[in-house]
Design a binder for this molecule. Sequence first.
Ligand SMILES: [Zn+2]
Length: 116
Amino acid sequence: MGGEERKPSCPRCGLPIERLVSKKVFGRVYIYAYHRGGRQCYLGPEGEYVLVSKLQPFTLYPIHDADRLVDYAFGFLESITHESQKLTKEQIKQVIEYLRETLEKLEEELKRREGG
Ligand SMILES: [Zn+2]
């Protein structure tokens, strides 16, 4: 109907943001906005999320902090569930596949720890 999805605009260049990506470089995490066509903009180091939080339905946390990583995962999963009507069938399949792989890895890790 509206055609354009309400994607957040990049604070750097104003283009719609396809996704936010965090990159770890020499132990520090930096946030990048990815745009259609592969263009990317550097948004800032982790921790300065007042800006970034406004762009996402979930809050982006520093991913090296274990507790926050869990919070981040919950927030992400919640938003995926909440926004699932907006996803295409193909995207839903991708998410399911990724979650399945993640689940397998986590169960393996748990088995390894419990098995000694
Ligand atoms: Zn940009």
